[in-house]
Write a new protein. Structure first.
Lengths: 207, 196
C-alpha cells in the first residue's frame, strides 16, 4: 500500500471507494446542505481541507502516537482543523457561516474523516495520505454538488444563484424540502450499486 | 428571540423538527443498524439517554466555563471531548453495576460517540441560545424522535425483507428511499408548530 500512485488514490476516492455512495458514510451532513449549490460547494471545500490536513497530520505523527489513544488524538486533530474552518467562515463569509449553522461543527463527527485517518493515514506515509484525503473529500463534494444541482435547479430554477429558467417556471417546493434529498441520494446509490454489479459481472472489479 | 415553552420544543423536536427527517443527523447508524426492531429500539434508548445527559453537561460547560473565559470558539473540541468522556464513563458504570443493561446497550455505546445527532443537539442548543429547560426539552424530544424514526424504519425493512428488489436497490438504496417517504409523511406535521 505504501507506494500507491496518485492516480490510483484518486480513482479510489472518486469512484471505487467513494465515501458517499459506495461506503454510505458521511451522509449526515451531506444532505442538509444540499438545498443550494453554493452551500454544498463551501461545505465540500471545508471538508476537503479538514480531511486532507488531518490525514497529513495523523500520518506525520503516526509513529509517536500510542496505539490505544489514537482515536482521541485523531478527534482532537480533526477538531482543530474544523475550528479553523469555522473561524475562517465567520470572518470572511459570515452569511455562509449562518446558512451552514451547526453543520460546520458536525464535520468533526463526519465519518469520512475518521475513516480516512484510521483506515489509511495511520499506516501510510504523509504525502499519499494527504492526497487520499483530498481524493475522498473530492468524491464527497462531487456527490454533494450533483444532489444540490438537481435540488436547486428544480426547487428554485437557479444554478449558483443565477436564474436558468425564465418566469414561466414554477418552483417545485418538494425539492427544497428534506424528502427530496433522500430520494435523490437513494437514486444515486441505486445507480452506483447497479453499475458496480455490472462491473463485477464483467470481471472488472475485484472488490 | 421568542421565549418558547420547553414542552413546545419537546414536541417540535419529535415531530416537526425530527433529527433524521429534517436535519439528517445520525444517519450513519440509522442506515446501518435499522435491521431489527429490538436492536433499533435498544440503540434509540441509548441515544436518548446519552443525548439528554451530554446536552445538560455541555450546557453547564458552555455557560459556566467557556462563556466567562471568552473561549466560545473552542466549543467543538470541548463538546466532543465531554461526549466521548461521558460515553466512556457510562460504559464503565453500566458494566460494573448493571450487567443486564450492559448486554442490552453495551455494544451500541461506542457507536454513539460518533453519532452526529449527539453533537448536533449540543450545537443547536448554542446557536439557538436555549435556556436550560428548553435545552432539556429539546434533547429528550430529539432522542425520542430519533428512536421513533429508527424503529419505524426497522419495521418497514422487516416487511420488505422477503420481497424481491432490483439488484442495486437492496440495502442502503431502498432505505434512503423509504426514509424519503417517511420524511414526506412527517412534513405533514409541519403546520402544527415550527421552531427555529
Amino acid at each position: 500500500m505504501a507506494g500507491d500512485s496518485p492516480k490510483k488514490i484518486f480513482k479510489m476516492g472518486l469512484w471505487d471507494d467513494n465515501p458517499v455512495f459506495k461506503q454510505i458514510i458521511g451522509i449526515c451532513s451531506s444532505l442538509a446542505v444540499t438545498n443550494l449549490m453554493i452551500n454544498s460547494l463551501i461545505m465540500g471545500l471545508g471538508l476537503i481541507f479538514v480531511t486532507a490536513l488531518s490525514s497529513l497530520t495523523v500520518s506525520i505523527i503516526r509513529q509517536f502516537t500510542p496505539k490505544h489513544i489514537r482515536m482521541m488524538v485523531q478527534v482532537l486533530i480533526i477538531s482543530v482543523y474544523v475550528i479553523i474552518v469555522d473561524i475562517f467562515l465567520k470572518a470572511y463569509l459570515p452569511e455562509m457561516s449562518k446558512a451552514l449553522g451547526p453543520y460546520v461543527g458536525l464535520i468533526i463527527t463526519n465519518c469520512i474523516i475518521m475513516g480516512r485517518c484510521e483506515g489509511y493515514a495511520q499506516n501510510n506515509p504523509p504525502l499519499p495520505s494527504f492526497l487520499d484525503g483530498i481524493a475522498s473529500g473530492l468524491g464527497y463534494t462531487i456527490v454533494l454538488l450533483v444532489i444540490a444541482f438537481i435540488r436547486e435547479l428544480f426547487g428554485f430554477g437557479t444554478i449558483f444563484g443565477y436564474r436558468v429558467f425564465g418566469d414561466w417556471w414554477t418552483n417545485w417546493t418538494i425539492m427544497v424540502m428534506p424528502p427530496a434529498a433522500f430520494f435523490i441520494l437513494g437514486v444515486i446509490v441505486w445507480w452506483a450499486r447497479s453499475k458496480e454489479s455490472e462491473e463485477k459481472k464483467e470481471g472488472g472489479a475485484v472488490n | 428571540m421568542i421565549e418558547l415553552n420547553p414542552l413546545v420544543i419537546f414536541f417540535a423536536a419529535i415531530f416537526t423538527n425530527n433529527m433524521i427527517f429534517s436535519y439528517f443527523l445520525g444517519m450513519c447508524s440509522f442506515i446501518a443498524v435499522s435491521n431489527e426492531i429490538p436492536t433499533s429500539f435498544g440503540l434509540g434508548q441509548a441515544v436518548t439517554f446519552v443525548l439528554t445527559f451530554t446536552t445538560i453537561l455541555n450546557y453547564f460547560i458552555y455557560h459556566n466555563i467557556l462563556v466567562p473565559l471568552n473561549l466560545e470558539y473552542l466549543r467543538f473540541i470541548v463538546f466532543i471531548i465531554s461526549i466521548a468522556a461521558f460515553v466512556q464513563l457510562l460504559e464503565m458504570i453500566i458494566e460494573r453495576y448493571f450487567p443486564n443493561l450492559y448486554y442490552a446497550l453495551g455494544i451500541f455505546l461506542p457507536l454513539i460517540t460518533v453519532n452526529c445527532a449527539i453533537l448536533g443537539v449540543s450545537l443547536f442548543m448554542v446557536i439557538r441560545q436555549y435556556t436550560f429547560l428548553q435545552s432539556v426539552g429539546f434533547a429528550i424530544g430529539s432522542g425520542l424522535g430519533w428512536t421513533l424514526a429508527i424503529v419505524a424504519m426497522a419495521g418497514a425493512r422487516k416487511r420488505i425483507r422477503n420481497n424481491k428488489l432490483l439488484k442495486g436497490l437492496e440495502g442502503p438504496g431502498i432505505t434512503l428511499i423509504i426514509t424519503g417517504l417517511m420524511a414526506l409523511a412527517f412534513v405533514g406535521f409541519s403546520g402544527i408548530v415550527q421552531i427555529q
